[in-house]
Design a protein around this ligand. Structure first.
Ligand code: ADP
Ligand code: ZN
Length: 611
């Protein structure tokens, strides 16, 4: 065991580093500037916390998330690492106390918001405190190309002027090259060591199913995941309220979260979720960065996210602790039109264009029959590889891998769609949207159909054997095959392309993909999925008892349960069943300090004979 591994076990209780952690830490300790791109759950905090223990002097951590500073600091205190924070939430007594303790060098880590850090008086103070390293968390906030630009971050270049000699480590979960370049140039980093981890999240599984009766589908899912914590994302504020209420009425404890709630309400709901008092959060994407809860077991999307990056970031909030997390997207082709309408509200034509391109990428992704993991990683320019480095084309744990979407000879379906588009145009002289075509084919009785007399078309009702949703999916597939196009300049009306006209004449065979199913996973597949995403076997009954003990301790101390021990630690404990305090130390997540504080209590529970 090398020195760093020794410190990892001693202080944090972990036996092995996550990918790149050790390399990042070694570079930083060698005095280099470092940029580290690690996915959510990759263990970024440890990359500056562990070096802080080794160094003399103080490590300053810049973080935009004031609400999280307290939890971070409490967590560090739990493992005996002297840390503190200074922000606007402190009263003057506390503030002075911390100042004087910083003056006497009592702390190893100080958390600050960028605004606070950049105050001249603060910068002057810092020069007196023997700063040995600076960590910039959520460093993508500095880039206008990132999804979360913060003007205060742009001022951080000032740090280099004031502390020219101090090594800087910048960390983010944003994977784009451009953002990374911005971080380096705007922070004035000197020949930084760059680390980019794989963005694959092996413990997450991705599933996309057809949305039919969302509330019922969500409830079925929740019934299969009792006592687990999860996030349900909805597009509209009203939907979050509605679902939170319907779920509560059915006996599931859920709270809404969106930007329309007051600051206090939002903070309170987030807090109750974080502390496992309420397992379900029904939220808009306003609930996002800084959801630092490690044991989120699933993320459900009720609506289609606006691009693949958002889908990745939002699903990424599941499984930070490394245990399996399920990501389920309920998809209805009708979502697409809604997203396009939003895109049109952007001010600049260029922005509209970008948004439209992203939506069509997203649609191709959900409608596609390829492995979801492979497709998501490709979007980030990464090839999916197995542990030994060989490129793989399937993960075995997504909907398309578990229940492959067969292709079928869809020539008849394609011709029905193409001729329906042609008939409508011929009859009315104008084009219509994808939905209307689907309604004509399915023989629906709508106001528009009557007004335009489309029930008299020869193609009316020739597709009754399929649902409207299926016709929309097929049409979208024809769009990706280039036989049909959606004309954004003309209210997203569908048109037949030259290739489409050719296909109608020549009647060459056209292959389509079977529509997404609405089915939930049978037991066996569920089991398979959990094994694939790394579920270990452990004594369930013991795990439950350990959880209850943890709850009691956390409640008594007024802190979140995961700060006592993570679920991952309790599962390891319930698998290893340590028979002595010494054996207890071999459990992942049990370090020296935790052993001292809780070792005996948990050991007693492990060896207790239950009658
Ligand atoms: P990020 O900020 O990159 O999303 P965190 O720093 O919050 O990730 O870490 C996520 C979780 O992983 C935390 O619960 C942390 O304790 C745990 N963790 C970090 N490093 C390791 C490791 N080497 N082994 C096991 N768990 C780890
Ligand atoms: Zn797959």
């Amino acid at each position: 065991m090398n020195e760093l591994q020794h410190l990892l076990k001693k202080h944090f209780g972990f036996d092995t580093f996550r990918p790149l952690q050790q390399e990042i830490i070694a570079s930083s300790l060698a005095g280099r500037d470092v940029v580290a791109l690690l996915p959510t759950g990759g263990g970024k905090s440890l990359c500056y916390q562990l070096p802080a223990l080794v160094r003399d002097g103080l490590t300053v951590v810049v973080s935009p998330l004031i609400a999280l500073m307290k939890d971070q600091v409490d967590g560090l205190r739990e493992i005996n690492i002297p840390a503190t924070y200074i922000n606007s939430s402190l009263d003057s007594g506390e503030f002075l106390d911390r100042f004087s303790r910083l003056n006497s060098g009592d702390f190893k880590i100080l958390y600050l918001s960028p605004e606070r850090l950049l105050q001249e008086s603060m910068l002057n103070q810092l020069s007196l405190w023997n700063i040995s390293a600076i960590a910039i968390d959520e460093a993508h906030c500095i880039s206008e190309w990132g999804h979360d630009f913060r003007p205060e971050y742009a001022q951080l270049a000032r740090l280099r002027e004031v502390f020219p000699e101090v090594p800087v480590i910048a960390l983010t979960a944003t994977a784009t090259e451009r953002v990374c370049d911005d971080i380096i140039s705007l922070l004035n980093l000197r020949e930084p060591a760059r680390f980019v981890a794989s963005f694959n999240r092996p413990n997450l599984s991705y599933r996309i199913i057809a949305r039919r009766d969302p509330l019922k589908q969500i409830i079925e899912f929740l019934e299969e995941h009792p006592d687990e914590s999860g996030i349900i994302y909805c597009l509209s504020r009203a939907k979050t309220e509605e679902f939170a209420k319907s779920l509560s009425d059915k006996g599931f404890s859920a709270l809404p979260y969106h930007a329309g709630l007051s600051t206090e309400e939002r903070a309170a709901h987030q807090e109750r979720f974080l502390r496992d008092q309420v397992p379900l959060m029904v939220a808009t994407v306003a609930f996002g960065m800084g959801v630092n809860k490690p044991n989120v077991r699933f993320v459900i999307h009720h609506d289609l996210p606006k691009n693949i990056e958002s889908y990745y970031q939002e699903t990424g909030r599941a499984g930070r602790d490394g245990l399996p997390g399920e990501c389920v997207l309920l998809y209805s082709p009708s979502d697409t039109a809604k997203l396009y309408r939003f895109a049109e509200q952007a001010n600049e034509p260029r922005e509209q264009e970008v948004a439209r391109r992203q939506i069509s990428q997203m649609v191709r992704f959900v409608e596609g029959s390829e492995c979801r993991r492979v497709a998501v990683l490709r979007y980030f320019g990464e090839e999916y590889r197995g542990e030994d480095g060989t490129p793989l084309s399937s993960c075995g744990a997504c909907d398309n891998c578990l229940t492959p979407r067969d292709q079928f000879d869809g020539t008849t379906e394609a011709l029905k769609i193409l001729s329906c588009i042609a008939r409508v145009k011929q009859h009315s002289g104008f084009g219509v949207g994808v939905h209307h075509i689907a309604e004509v084919l399915a023989g629906a009785d709508t106001e528009k159909i009557r007004r335009w007399e489309h029930q008299r078309l020869s193609t009316y009702g020739i597709g009754k054997e399929r649902t409207r949703q299926e016709w929309i999916s097929f049409t979208q597939e024809l769009v990706s095959q280039g036989l049909v196009r959606i004309n954004a300049e003309r209210f997203n009306t569908v048109e037949i392309t030259e290739a489409g006209k050719g296909a109608m004449k020549s009647r060459i065979p056209i292959t389509l993909t079977k529509p997404l199913t609405t089915t939930r996973l049978e037991r066996e597949k569920r089991r398979e999925l959990r094994v694939k995403t790394g579920e270990k076997s452990f004594d369930n009954e013991l795990f439950e008892r350990l959880r209850r003990l943890r709850r009691a301790i956390a409640d008594a101390k007024g802190m979140p349960a995961f700060m006592v021990f993570s679920d991952a630690t309790l599962q390891d404990m319930a698998a290893k069943k340590p028979q002595s305090l010494e054996e207890m130390l071999s459990v992942s997540g049990v370090g020296e300090r935790k052993l001292e504080q809780y070792g005996e209590l948990f050991w007693e529970e492990v060896v207790r004979i239950v009658v």
